[in-house]
Design a protein around this ligand. Structure first.
Ligand code: AMP
Length: 285
């Protein structure tokens, strides 16, 4: 595995790949890798001649400076995980490599950037769009891999590639979970033992909510809010039922042609956790 820290390091590997007409897949991450990231890499390996993984904790997507400061970082451990993963090039750019000058671009995603995550993390998706467009410019991948766990991010990136007329094919990968259902996340290591144990309720509640489709949407929302907020370790930020293609909230079951997804964000102490489930995966179980 090549470790590239600069544009020049990355450029020589990528030039050779292009010259040999070999496909390149990109897996953008913020490090503190877990099996969820590895599943994206596996998918990328299976569809491309070379896999590039980037690790960059992007300051422009953090609206909370404490969250940025406390974000888990463990490059040595990440490197040893990646050596076993089939990754061909690890790109670990410095801040000046990604942002040689301040990125002043403001993206308009038609309101999607202000709902759900955007409401609680203003400016977050603008930062995501800045870093992803920059990584696409540098790596010029044929395909890029993102997790369905961050479903709104996935939708934003699909819009971004359309807006930029980019040829990068966006591939979506399933969410990997711990045995108790908690979606894997780099932030899980920051949970206290009590928060960690109770965090399993988030996915359990989502799956139960999906099975309660007989209820009115507003009653279901109230039910979820009660279950989460009655737990002393958890506090609900939002629970929404949205169409999977446009992520528009649905307030009535009737007239929804699109596949539905239940999306949730919960605070466990200082840590925000998000998750979602597709109705088609659980409704009939
Ligand atoms: P992050 O390092 O958290 O920015 O995540 C990098 C990529 O991994 C994003 O596309 C995430 O959606 C994806 N990802 C994060 N957690 C999981 C998971 N539990 N399962 C699958 N993909 C994930």
């Amino acid at each position: 595995m090549i470790l590239a820290r600069t544009l020049r390091d990355a450029g020589s590997f990528l030039f050779k790949m292009r010259e040999d007409k070999r496909s390149v897949g990109l897996v953008p991450t913020m490090g503190a890798l877990h099996r969820g990231h590895l599943s994206l890499i596996e998918c990328c390996n299976s569809e491309n001649a070379a896999t590039v993984v980037s690790i960059f904790v992007n300051p422009t997507q953090f609206n909370d400076p404490k969250d940025l400061k406390n974000y888990p970082r463990n490059l040595e451990r990440d490197i040893s995980m990646l050596r076993e993963s089939g990754c061909d090039m690890l790109f670990v750019p410095g801040i000046k490599t990604i942002y040689p000058r301040p990125d002043l671009r403001i993206f308009d995603f038609g309101g999607l950037e202000r709902r759900m995550e955007g409401q609680f993390r203003p400016g977050h998706f603008n930062g995501v769009a800045q870093v992803v467009s920059r990584l696409f410019d540098i790596i010029k991948p044929d395909r890029a891999y993102f997790g369905k766990k961050d479903i709104q991010q996935l939708a934003i990136i699909r819009k971004l590639t359309a807006m930029l007329n980019s040829n990068v094919e966006i591939r979506a990968c399933e969410t990997l979970r711990e045995d108790d259902g908690l979606a894997m996340s780099s932030r899980n290591v920051l949970l206290s033992a009590g928060e960690r144990e109770n965090a399993a309720i988030i996915n359990r509640t989502l799956r139960e909510a999906v099975r309660k489709k007989g209820m009115e949407v507003c009653e279901l929302k109230q039910w979820v809010a009660d279950v989460i907020n009655n737990n002393p370790f958890l506090e609900l930020e939002y629970f929404e039922i949205v169409g999977s293609s446009d992520l528009q909230p649905v307030n009535h079951w009737a007239g929804t042609e699109d596949e539905l997804v239940a999306c949730i964000a919960v605070r466990a102490g200082r840590i925000r956790l998000i998750d979602n489930v597709f109705f088609s995966n659980f409704a009939s179980l």
